[in-house]
Design a binder for this molecule. Structure first.
Ligand code: PR8
Length: 468
């Protein structure tokens, strides 16, 4: 196990995020602390989507014949589908699949819902569990067989341009989501051999975990008319003609939570952005025999004030050593800790420890501006976590001019390599073979350079990395 893997498993356990002892491989239990982080992350996502998407909920089971309808799609998933074959003791006359994703559950219904051009565009999303019988090594939150937090959006458009615009819009939504979580990313167009089964093309978000391997944390697929033709989803144009629709879909998963934990965390444990922290502030009283009651009363009132003003706060009045409390809240990643003793109350001060910097400072306690002052610190913490994460990410993208150099960098530093590529599939596969890692995708157009492998004029700057 790598150092990071070990750290990751330990912190999931110690911070009570996920219990991995459930007796099915790749299926785990969300514990209360983890569930809260998940909930706050999903709140941010819902806020972004609810602007112009409708939330829906489709059945978990898909009839075999519907799943099989789109040949390329089913081929891509055939090795990963879990099947239900019996109802009690009775064999089912039609097998039912546990959804690996919901295109084939939703699109037969969309055929019934879409009527006229005036209905379009339509944008739906659902947040559900999906099942994939992954054969690669499973890891909690990162590669699971029950994806418990599968946010899938599906959109329908009258023309290709509408779908193309939606791809860009979805990328913007995900950028804004990851920005709020301080997760750095790079967006690439996946090579054709790595696109979503049935898509015209796939745009993907990758981030970098501390062990130097990239993690795909979101994908946006332009489905063109492939599924529309298979499922006969048509609409009536203004002229009364019947045309196939154009579609997109885009998805995120539990990997977002894995990234929040893995990217911001450190040797003291979690380090949570305030936007998803179950507690944003914890108040720890510093008690001496004299004045203990005053301190407890003061802290309790302070707790109420913060709560009333929308700050997620916890007053830790347990009768245990302050040092033990400090250790625990640092490990759980609470962004800001306030320590208050009798002297502080007298002097109208409090000691604040920022989890992101681990620096203690003394704050003035001004009754009128306190909430604004604390919110400002929380905003600074978010910004600082994001800046640090991006800096680390950018430092780990390195250009290479030859395959040997790429291999060398990967051996020494891991991370992401950028290189000129002709875009040809067979050349790309030889590159992957040589460096023994995957091409993430095409990052930006570039016609000045040469292909790192065949020497032909390059079409793009592409990226490659060791991936999860
Ligand atoms: C779609 N259909 O399905 P996608 N464990 C954790 N996360 C995973 C796993 C796994 N085993 N497999 C995939 N993901 C489209 C879009 C509806 C929505 C995560 O796309 O197959 C990855 O981050 O690309 C992936 O980007 C995302 O789910 C969507 O899955």
């Amino acid at each position: 196990m790598s150092e990071f893997s070990e750290w990751f498993h330990n912190i999931l356990e110690e911070a009570e995020i996920i219990d991995t002892r459930y007796p099915i491989k790749g299926m785990h239990v969300w514990q209360p602390q983890g569930f809260k982080i998940r909930k706050y992350a999903l709140n941010l996502l819902r806020k972004l989507l609810d602007d112009d998407h409708e939330e829906v909920l489709f059945p978990l089971l898909i009839p075999e014949d519907e799943l099989a309808k789109e040949a390329i799609h089913v081929k891509g998933f055939e090795e990963e589908v879990y099947w239900i074959t019996h109802g009690g003791l009775t064999p089912l006359n039609k097998k039912l699949a546990l959804r690996p994703t919901s295109e084939t559950a939703m699109y037969p219904m969309l055929k019934l819902w879409v009527r006229s051009h005036s209905d379009l565009p339509m944008k739906f999303y659902q947040i559900v569990n999906t099942f994939r019988y992954e054969t690669k090594h499973t890891r909690p939150l990162i590669r699971v067989r029950e994806i418990t937090t599968f946010k899938e959006a599906h959109t329908i458009h009258a023309d290709a341009e509408g779908a193309q615009k939606q791809v860009n819009n979805a990328i913007e939504i995900y950028e804004s989501f990851f920005d709020q979580l301080g997760i750095p990313y790079v967006v690439t167009r996946r090579p054709d051999w790595d696109k979503f089964p049935g898509a015209d093309y796939t745009m993907a978000f990758d981030t970098l975990l501390p062990d130097g391997k990239t993690l795909q944390i979101g994908t946006v697929h332009n489905l063109g008319q492939t599924f529309a033709r298979t499922f006969e989803i048509t609409y009536e144009t203004a002229e009364g003609e019947h045309e196939y629709v154009y579609q997109t879909c885009y998805g995120l998963s539990d990997r977002v939570i894995a990234s929040i934990i893995g990217i911001h965390g450190d040797s003291s444990g979690l380090n949570l952005p305030p936007s998803v922290a179950p507690y944003q502030v914890v108040i720890v009283p510093v008690l001496f025999k004299k004045g203990a009651k005053e301190v407890l009363d003061f802290c309790s009132k302070l707790n109420d004030k913060l709560q009333k003003n929308g700050i997620r706060v916890h007053f830790d009045d347990r009768d245990i050593r302050a040092g033990k409390k400090y250790y625990e809240w640092e490990m759980r990643g609470v962004p800001l800790r306030l320590e208050i003793g009798p002297r502080d109350i007298e002097n109208k001060k409090m000691v604040a420890l920022r989890r992101d910097t681990m620096v203690k400072e003394t704050l003035d306690y001004h009754e009128e501006t306190l909430i604004d002052d604390l919110n400002e610190i929380l905003t600074n913490i978010s910004q600082n976590l994001k800046n640090k994460a991006w800096q680390e990410f950018n430092e780990n993208i390195r250009p290479a001019n030859s395959l040997e150099e790429a291999k060398d960098i990967l051996m020494k530093n891991k991370g992401i390599i950028s290189f000129g590529w002709c875009g040809d599939e067979s050349c790309g596969k030889e590159i992957e073979e040589f460096v023994q890692v995957d091409i993430l995708g095409l990052h930006e157009e570039s016609t000045d350079g040469k292909c790192i492998h065949c020497g032909a004029p390059s079409k793009t700057i592409a990226l490659l990395a060791k991936t999860y």
